[in-house]
Ligand binder design. Structure first.
Ligand SMILES: [Zn+2]
Ligand SMILES: [Zn+2]
Ligand SMILES: [Zn+2]
Length: 760
C-alpha cells in the first residue's frame, strides 16, 4: 500500500516536558519520516509511512506519552505525502518564544533514579541528575523564555558529554535545561551551625551521619530550605520543636518508599496514587499507631503529612539506615521559606546544627504542596510545588486580570484568555519578607503569563496589605471582590459552572459587604454578582482578631449567648477561663460590645465549641482548635443537636446556639467528648443541608457550591457531600485549588473578569 502522511496537532502541556524527543523516538522506531516542531499553541507533527506503521505509531503516542505531558486535544488530518528520507526535530523560528509555558518542578523520574543508583553510570550518586522528564523548572527560572541562560544553571557551562546529550534529539536529555553531571554541574557542601564550610570529602555521608546522631540538618531543597531530623529520634524531634519557637503545628515526614509510608499512615488506593504522583505533594492521611515515630511529630491531630523523596538528593539521604525524616519548611512562624544559602544561615542560626547546601541557586520560592483525599478526590490545603504555575483551564475566556489574594494563605492569580495562572503559595501578609515575596510573585506571574493586566482584583477589606497594594498601583482599574463571593466563584470556576448557584461559604472571618465579619454565608451567586440569602446567627468576638489565637474567648461568647444569666458559673465548671477574674472582664467587654465585633463565622463557632469541650484554649495557629475538634470526634454517628432556621431582616438566619446549649448539657451529664464532638459535626451538616433545602424551595436552584476554610474538615465535607447529595442537590466542591484562602485569588480574578466582560 502507498505511504500516507498525516498532520497531528497536540495542545495542552506539551512543551518543556520531553514531548518532541518522545515523538522523534517513536517515529524512528516505526520507520516513519517527517518532522515535529513546537508551535506557539502546542506541538505539530507530520508523519509519513505505510498505513499499518502509522497506526501503530498513533497507538503508541496514545499509550506511552511522556509522564509530564498533559494533552488537552489532538487533531489529525490527512495531507499529501512529502517523501522525506528521515524524521527530524525542527526548531521553530519562535523556539523558546514567550508563549512556551514554564512547567512546574518535577520529581526525579524512574530513568534518572536507575542511573543514580547504577555504579556504572557517570552520574552514579550525583545529587543533581535530571532529564526532560524530571528536575527543577519553576524554582530555577529568572526570566522567560525557559532556557538555560535564563535559569540558575546559566553559570554552569555544559561539559562536552552533557552538551552532546543536550543537542541530540534522540537523547532523553535533549534540551533538558538543567542538565548537569559531576564534571560540570552543581556540588554539595556541608556547613556547620555558624555557616562555616566543613572540609568534608563526602558532605552527603556526613549529613546522613549527623541526622543519625540526632542533629538538626537544614537542607537546601527544590523550592527552599527544609529542616530535617530523624523522625524516630524523639529527643531530636523535640529539640527541633523547641528551637522552632515551640510551634505546635504538625510536622511533615519524608519517607523512603511507599512501604514505609504505609507503615506510618493508612493509605487507600487514592492516597497511594496521590503520594506516588509526579507532583509529590505532602499527603495527609490517617496516622497509624506503632510506627515507631516520635510522639512529637504530629501531636493531637488525626492525620500525618507524608511525602516521598522528590529530588535525587532526597533519595540519597533516605538510603540505609534512615527511613523516615521530619521534613519541615525552614522558616520562622509566618515568614516565607528560606531560599538563599547565606539567608538560611542567618535566619536558621540557633535552629540548625548543620547545613547541607549547594551552589545551584533557588530563584523562586516554592513550598511543598499539601493535599488529602476526601470522598475519593484530591483536596489541596496548599497548592504549590509540583503544581504551580500550571494554569487551570476555564470554561470561557476573560479579559486579562491580576488578582492579589486575601491576607492569609495568599496566592496571586493571573487570568488570561481561558487560562488562570496561580502563583506558588505566598502565605500570610504579616511580615516584611512575606510582603516582599508577594510583590515578587506578581512580577514573576506577569512574566509567566506574558501580560500586564490593567484590571486588578483584590479583597474588600480596606486594611489588608493586598488591598492597599492594589490601591497603590498606577493606571489600573481596581475591582474589590467580597471574600466569600470569591470563595464560591473559585469553586464555580474550577467546576466550569455558570449561572446561579447556591453557595455555602463556611470560613474563618472575611470582610462582609456591610462591614461586619462574615464567615458562615449562604449566597446565591453568579460569577459577577451575589445576594446574601442567609447566614449564621451572629455573636460577638471578644478582642476581635485576638480571639483567633485565644479561642477560649469565643467559647465564652458562645456560652454567654446560650446561658445569659449563668454563663460564668458554667464556664467555671468547664474550666474555660484562664483566670478567675477573666469572667468579670469578659462580661464587661461583651456587655459594652468593646472591641468585640459581631461575626457570622462558622470557623469561629468550631473554635469556640472546641474550647467548651476542653480542647485548645490557646492555639499557636489559626484553625488549631477546630482541627482538635475534628480530631476527637468519635466514629459512631452521633445524634444531631437541635438548631433553628429563622427569618431574619435580610434572609435566613441559621441559629446553632440551641446545639451549643444542648452540647453543654450533654457534657454536664457526662457524655464523652468524642461523642459530643461527633454529634456537633452531625448537627452542622444537617443544619447546612436544611438551610440549603429552604433556599432551594425559595429560589428553585439545585446546584450547591461548597467553599471556605471549614471544608478542610473532613467530617464536615464528607457529611455535606453525602447529605446534600442525598437531598437531591448537585454538589460541587474543590479539587484543583484549596478550599481555604489559597484559592481566593482565583475567585477574585474570575469575578473581576466576568464583571468587566459584562461591562459592569
Ligand atoms: Zn529524569
Ligand atoms: Zn557534564
Ligand atoms: Zn476565606
Amino acid at each position: 500500500m502507498a505511504d500516507r502522511r498525516i498532520r497531528l496537532r497536540f495542545s495542552g502541556i506539551v512543551q518543556g516536558v520531553g514531548f518532541r524527543p518522545f515523538i522523534y523516538r517513536l517515529a524512528v522506531e516505526h520507520g516513519l519520516v517527517g518532522w515535529v516542531r513546537n508551535r506557539h499553541d502546542g506541538v505539530v507533527v507530520e508523519v509519513e509511512g505505510p498505513p499499518d506503521s502509522l497506526e501503530r505509531f498513533l497507538a503508541d503516542v496514545e499509550k506511552k506519552r511522556p509522564p509530564r505531558a498533559e494533552v488537552a486535544e489532538i487533531t489529525a488530518e490527512e495531507i499529501p505525502a512529502g517523501g522525506e528520507r528521515d524524521f527530524r526535530i525542527l526548531l521553530s523560528d519562535k523556539e523558546g518564544a514567550k508563549s512556551v509555558r514554564i512547567p512546574p518542578d518535577i520529581a526525579t523520574c524512574p530513568d534518572c533514579l536507575r542511573e543514580l543508583f547504577d555504579p556504572g553510570d557517570r552520574r552514579f550518586r550525583y545529587p543533581f541528575i535530571n532529564c526532560t522528564n524530571c528536575g527543577p523548572r519553576l524554582t530555577i527560572i529568572q526570566d522567560v523564555p525557559y532556557d538555560r541562560a535564563n535559569t540558575s544553571m546559566a553559570c554552569f557551562p555544559l561539559c562536552p558529554r552533557c552538551r552532546s546529550e543536550y543537542e541530540n534529539p534522540a537523547d532523553r536529555r535533549f534540551h533538558a535545561e538543567p542538565n548537569a553531571c559531576p564534571d560540570c554541574g552543581p556540588r554539595l557542601e556541608l556547613l556547620d551551625g555558624g555557616g562555616n564550610r566543613l572540609n568534608a570529602a563526602d558532605p552527603l555521608g556526613r549529613a546522613v551521619e549527623a541526622l543519625r546522631c540526632g542533629w538538626v540538618l537544614a537542607l537546601k531543597g527544590l523550592g527552599g530550605f527544609h529542616l530535617a531530623v530523624d523522625a524516630t529520634n524523639d529527643e531530636a524531634v523535640r529539640r527541633l520543636r523547641a528551637r522552632k519557637f515551640r510551634e505546635e503545628k504538625p510536622l511533615a515526614l519524608m519517607v523512603r518508599d511507599l512501604e514505609t509510608a504505609a507503615r506510618v499512615a493508612e493509605l487507600g488506593e487514592e492516597e497511594v496514587d496521590l503520594i506516588l504522583s509526579h507532583e509529590r505533594p505532602i499527603v495527609l492521611a490517617k496516622k497509624k499507631a506503632g510506627a515507631g515515630l516520635s510522639e512529637a511529630v504530629a501531636p493531637g491531630v488525626p492525620n500525618q503529612g507524608i511525602m516521598l523523596p522528590y529530588t535525587p538528593l532526597h533519595h540519597l539521604l533516605l538510603q540505609e539506615p534512615l527511613r523516615v525524616l521530619v521534613m519541615t519548611s525552614a522558616n520562622q512562624a509566618d515568614e516565607p521559606i528560606c531560599i538563599g544559602n547565606r539567608e538560611a544561615v542567618e535566619r536558621l542560626r540557633g535552629i540548625a546544627d548543620f547545613f547541607l547546601v549547594h551552589n545551584r541557586d533557588i530563584l523562586v520560592r516554592c513550598d511543598d504542596s499539601v493535599a488529602t483525599v476526601v470522598a475519593g478526590r484530591k483536596r489541596f490545603s496548599r497548592r504549590s510545588r509540583g503544581f504551580a504555575p500550571k494554569p487551570l483551564v476555564l470554561r470561557q475566556s476573560y479579559p486579562d486580570v491580576l488578582a492579589l489574594g486575601p491576607q492569609m494563605k495568599t496566592t496571586v492569580c493571573i487570568l488570561k484568555g481561558r487560562l488562570a495562572y496561580l502563583s506558588p503559595h505566598i502565605g500570610d501578609m504579616e511580615t516584611p519578607q512575606a510582603r516582599d515575596f508577594h510583590r515578587r510573585s506578581i512580577v514573576l506571574m506577569q512574566k509567566i503569563a506574558d501580560c500586564r493586566p490593567g484590571i486588578v482584583a483584590c479583597d474588600m477589606h480596606p486594611a489588608y496589605f493586598t488591598t492597599l497594594e492594589a490601591r497603590g498601583l498606577k493606571d489600573v482599574r481596581v475591582v474589590p471582590v467580597q471574600h466569600h463571593h470569591a470563595h464560591i466563584v473559585s469553586c464555580m470556576a474550577e467546576n466550569g459552572l455558570s449561572g446561579d448557584v447556591i453557595g455555602l461559604a463556611m470560613d474563618g472571618t472575611g470582610y462582609g459587604s456591610d462591614g461586619t465579619a462574615w464567615g458562615g454565608e449562604f449566597l446565591v451567586a453568579t460569577e459577577d454578582a451575589f445576594a446574601r440569602v442567609g447566614h449564621l446567627k451572629t455573636f460577638l468576638l471578644p478582642g476581635g482578631e485576638k480571639a483567633v489565637r485565644e479561642p477560649w474567648r469565643t467559647g465564652v461568647s458562645l456560652l454567654r449567648e446560650v446561658f445569659p444569666d449563668r454563663w460564668r458559673e458554667v464556664a467555671e465548671r468547664l474550666e474555660l477561663l484562664p483566670e478567675k477574674e477573666s469572667g468579670r472582664w469578659m462580661e464587661r467587654i461583651l456587655s459594652a460590645g468593646f472591641n468585640s465585633p459581631p461575626t457570622s463565622s462558622l470557623g469561629r463557632v468550631f473554635d469556640g465549641t472546641a474550647t467548651i469541650l476542653g480542647l485548645h484554649r490557646r492555639v499557636s495557629f489559626e484553625g488549631q482548635a477546630a482541627m482538635g475538634l475534628e480530631a476527637v470526634a468519635g466514629e459512631k454517628n452521633g445524634l444531631p443537636y437541635p438548631f433553628d432556621i429563622l427569618e431574619g431582616e435580610n434572609g435566613l438566619v441559621l441559629d446553632l446556639f440551641p446545639a451549643v446549649r444542648a452540647l453543654v448539657v450533654a457534657l454536664e451529664r457526662g457524655v464523652s467528648v468524642e461523642e459530643v464532638s461527633r454529634s456537633f459535626h452531625t448537627t452542622v451538616v444537617e443544619a447546612l443541608t436544611a438551610t440549603a433545602v429552604e433556599i432551594r424551595r425559595r429560589t428553585g436552584l439545585n446546584r450547591v457550591a461548597l467553599s471556605g476554610g471549614c471544608f478542610q474538615n473532613r467530617i464536615l465535607l464528607e457529611g455535606c457531600l453525602e447529605e446534600l447529595g442525598g437531598s437531591g442537590f448537585e454538589v460541587f466542591s474543590h479539587e484543583q485549588v484549596p478550599t481555604n484562602d489559597g484559592g481566593v485569588s482565583l475567585g477574585q480574578a474570575v469575578v473581576a473578569g466576568a464583571r468587566v466582560k459584562k461591562g459592569l
